[in-house]
Design a protein. Structure first.
Length: 278
């Protein structure tokens, strides 16, 4: 998924929108900058998508172009773009418990979840000991603030949704073998995964290591919420995708990943194999 390019494209599209407003107002970039008291290069940086303007800048832009009534909509669009890519330091500045709590409204409003993971058992499928190990590692790596116990409790809140929402999860077989915590933590997690796989509202598929990847490209771990939003966790940042064409790309990728996965007794055999190895 070329999500970072999608963000850059959104910035360029927004810049073109502001350029069109300026041109309709009969203003050159130099004239607009002079009227607003800005450096002459500021308009160029904004219109070419090099920077997303502040709320105050957008209001001045709209007023000088004779369309002050469009300022609020433009500001909302700018906020959407800025929210697409948030580095972890900024996202976690209020502490790890806040990060976990901040996504709960979205989770509660979503009826249809789709998730792909190549590295970890996804959040709501995790046992408490597994969650504690995962979030504890994040706390140490990124030196986040706040109570680990509070963050774990917020994460566990998501598990309650497994009883009345639709969850479709695809995992790489490697997830079963990536040890998180000691052997007992992994034993509990794999047993829990086997149990969840037979719940009526949960579908768990596993892509075997031997699956033919000839016509499929590698993808990052992601969550799709209904058909509206995609969340992607990178090493450096947290991405939010909400543009329909990009969301559809992830939905299409998920469908292809499902086609590679195995289910039922074959899936259970893979999980049991990893469990027996412990």
């Amino acid at each position: 998924m070329d999500t970072l390019n999608s963000i850059e494209q959104a910035k360029r599209d927004f810049g073109r929108q502001l350029r069109e407003l300026r041109r309709r107002a009969g203003l050159t970039a130099t004239a607009l900058a002079e009227q607003a008291g800005w450096d002459r290069s500021k308009c160029s940086r904004i219109e070419n998508g090099k920077t997303v303007p502040s709320d105050a800048t957008i209001r001045v832009w709209a007023e000088r172009c004779g369309v002050p009534e469009q300022a609020d909509a433009l500001i909302a669009a700018a906020h959407d773009i800025e929210g697409m890519y948030v580095d972890w330091e900024r996202k976690e500045q209020r502490g790890l418990p806040h990060v976990q709590e901040s996504v709960l409204p979205l989770w509660r409003d979503t009826q249809h979840f789709r998730a792909f993971s190549a590295s970890l058992v996804p959040g709501p499928l995790q046992t408490r000991p597994y969650v504690t190990q995962v979030l504890g590692t994040l706390c140490r790596r990124r030196k986040t603030k706040g109570s680990l116990e509070a963050a774990v409790e917020s994460r566990m809140e998501k598990t309650r949704l497994l009883y009345d929402r639709r969850f479709f999860v695809v995992l790489e077989e490697s997830v079963l073998w990536h040890r998180i915590g000691d052997r007992e933590v992994m034993r509990q997690q794999l047993l829990h995964l086997l149990s969840l796989a037979h719940r009526p509202y949960v579908s768990i598929g596993i892509i075997p290591r031997t699956a033919d990847r000839t016509h499929f490209w590698p993808v990052e771990d992601f969550w799709i919420y209904d058909d509206a939003i995609v969340h992607v966790e990178l090493v450096s940042a947290f991405l939010t995708v909400s543009q329909s064409p990009e969301v559809k790309l992830y939905a299409d990728a998920f469908a292809e990943l499902q086609s590679l996965a195995i289910y039922g007794p074959e899936r259970d055999h893979l999980i049991s194999g990893a469990l027996n190895h412990l």
